[in-house]
Design a protein around this ligand. Structure first.
Ligand code: SAM
Ligand code: DTB
Ligand code: SF4
Length: 348
């Protein structure tokens, strides 16, 4: 490599490769998280440009298809029955309502449509049949279809796959060690089992986590370590920053420093070079400049639209003008990596 290590930071960066590795240790990942910020962004940007088109950002659209009343007790969530958040519970939407939202999202430039249901797990009932119908409809629009419906068995995941589902979202949220502080109605092993079921059914995996739950730096490293040591890296890794919801046990949590949010994006990019890293919940707390740094550090997707599932998000037009001002464009499904603007001479 031409640049000397003196100019590109501490020793830990010697371990960085542009191709996927599955043997990162928690200590190494923690060292990356704690490295000088600009060195970290520099290395993450290089890994990013070797694997992705740096001018493209995938726009995803989210829709809550069944809102509130969830029996799980995730401490951050507006939709849990265990917290008094004042959220109005709504039954499963009709298929036509969902398809109309998906069409609008597609016209606005979204290429991925994610449907979320506040369920603990999928049950084989009429509601599931309706979700399968929604998936068939959105798939027919030519979008990547993603669902997040709670725990699924392998047989259910196969039905989702056969209906045209592209990805299943199921976040591990935090480290295995801290997990019970975030949710006690299920274990992280339950989460990992669902991820295995999804993978066995031939779906792509969307799995990430949240910053700001009260976790420490080792937990952040351990969360990324759990994902980066899976046999196949999740194709999609959403990194959320806690949206503090009144009435949840986490409403008073300390705000996440934007620099730490960007660090997490950068390290996710380095340890999972080929995955889509999604700058997910928490963008209202980020300035345009911070978002620009996140894109430089390897984020290549956002959730657009003024609502995430239940909480506010930047206005669609605000996002479009941000992307425009940064010279970024929405990713189309046909394009792969084309002409990264900087030649990458990294050894791997
Ligand atoms: N019930 C399903 C489940 O738990 O997998 C799906 C819905 S859940 C709302 C999807 C993900 O959104 C969660 O796993 C969590 O990572 C993220 N999320 C939920 N509430 C959040 C909040 N207040 N702030 C940031 N991220 C949040
Ligand atoms: C993910 O990791 N973040 C998105 C998507 N996957 C489903 C959801 C964010 C939800 C934020 C809280 C809410 O709006 O209720
Ligand atoms: Fe339920 Fe999902 Fe919210 Fe947890 S994150 S309370 S499982 S909707």
């Amino acid at each position: 490599m031409e640049e000397s290590m003196q100019s590109s930071g501490p020793d830990i960066f010697r371990h960085v490769t542009t191709t996927p590795r599955h043997d990162w240790t928690v200590d190494q990942i923690r060292s990356l998280l704690e490295a000088p910020f600009l060195d970290l962004v520099f290395h993450a940007a290089r890994v990013h440009r070797a694997n992705h088109n740096p001018h493209e950002v995938q726009i995803c659209s989210l829709l809550s298809i069944k809102t509130g009343g969830c029996p799980e007790n995730c401490g951050y969530c507006s939709q849990s029955v265990h917290h008094k958040t004042g959220l109005q519970v709504e039954p499963l939407l009709q298929t036509e309502q969902v398809l109309s939202a998906a069409k609008k999202a597609k016209e606005a430039g979204a290429t991925r449509f994610c449907m979320g249901a506040a369920w603990r797990e999928v049950r084989d009932n009429r509601a599931f049949d309706r979700v399968l119908e929604m998936i068939r409809g959105v798939n027919a629009l030519g979008m990547e279809v993603c669902c997040t419906l709670g725990m699924v068995t392998e047989a259910q995941a196969r039905k989702l796959q056969e209906a045209g589902l592209y990805a299943y979202n199921h976040n591990i949220d935090t480290s295995p060690e801290y997990y019970e502080k975030v949710c006690s109605t299920r274990t992280i092993d339950d989460r990992l089992q669902t991820l295995e079921n999804v993978r066995n059914a031939g779906l792509t995996v969307c799995c990430g986590g949240i910053l700001g739950l009260g976790e420490n730096q080792t937990d952040r490293a351990a969360m990324l370590h759990t994902l980066a040591t899976l046999e196949t890296h999740p194709e999609s890794v959403p990194i959320n920053s806690l949206v503090r919801v009144e009435g949840t046990p986490m409403q008073e949590n300390e705000e996440v420093d934007p620099v730490d949010f960007i660090r997490m994006i950068a390290v996710a990019r380095i340890v999972m070079p080929k995955s889509m890293v999604r700058l997910a919940a928490g963008r209202l707390q980020l300035s345009n400049e911070a978002q620009a740094l996140a894109f430089l550090a390897g984020a290549n997707s956002i959730f657009a639209g003024d609502k995430l599932l239940t909480t506010p998000n930047p206005e669609f037009d605000t996002d479009l003008s941000l992307l425009h001002s940064l010279g970024l464009r929405g990713k189309t499904l046909e394009t792969g990596i084309e002409e990264p603007s900087i030649a990458v001479a990294y050894g791997s």
